[in-house]
Design a protein around this ligand. Sequence first.
Ligand code: CDP
Length: 226
Amino acid sequence: MEKRLIIAIDGPAASGKSTTARRLAQKLGYVYLDTGAMYRACALKAKQTGLALGDEEAVRAMLDKLDIEIKLDGEENVILLDGKDVSGAIRTNDISRLSSDISALPAVRYKMVELQRRLGSRGGVILDGRDIGTFVFPDADIKIFLTATDEIRARRRWLELKHKGVHASLDNVSEELRERDKNDSARELAPLAKAADAIEVDTSAMNVEEQAEAIYGIVKARMAGI
Ligand code: CDP
């Protein structure tokens, strides 16, 4: 039987990781795991409870009681916080910013990474995030690092929000992505970074279909050699 691999897809905000990972999971019959959604759910909990991120004890108490469940069904991820589906509520601009701040806290990362490793260790999985190939699964079988220019990424996210009925100016979206990337790259523990053995793909000139095809081609070629 074919080995069920661990595939890591990392990259900056709105570089197309989740679309690519979802398509790939569909084509390979793998499970998709959206690790960003976990940090977002954590951020939502922090917001609901008015958590002060600088208060270590309060953060620990929050983590002890944290009830995040992620239901994996092929390429679909449903995120439950305290038993409630929050898949939509975690996609706001507010939560994006807060997720970046909260994900820099080591206690938060260790807790989320433990869950990610537990869910992914059996293979047959595609994880997308910032530190999958460098920290969560440094021995992942295939590592992809997606990039696109700042302008293209901002535009893609702006369109995505618009389709969801969220009105934000292109400038605001652009600013939010820039700040978050800076924050994610600068944190001490497991920052956003390309693993030395990751294949970097610039998707600036590709549409969704082309991007999905390109990555599928790379993955198939690598699989043939494993
Ligand atoms: O979809 P988008 O690329 O905008 O963000 P996301 O993947 O949902 O991640 C939201 C935030 O969670 C990021 O800005 C990171 O701060 C954090 N994150 C992380 O630290 N490590 C990961 N493996 C995934 C996300």
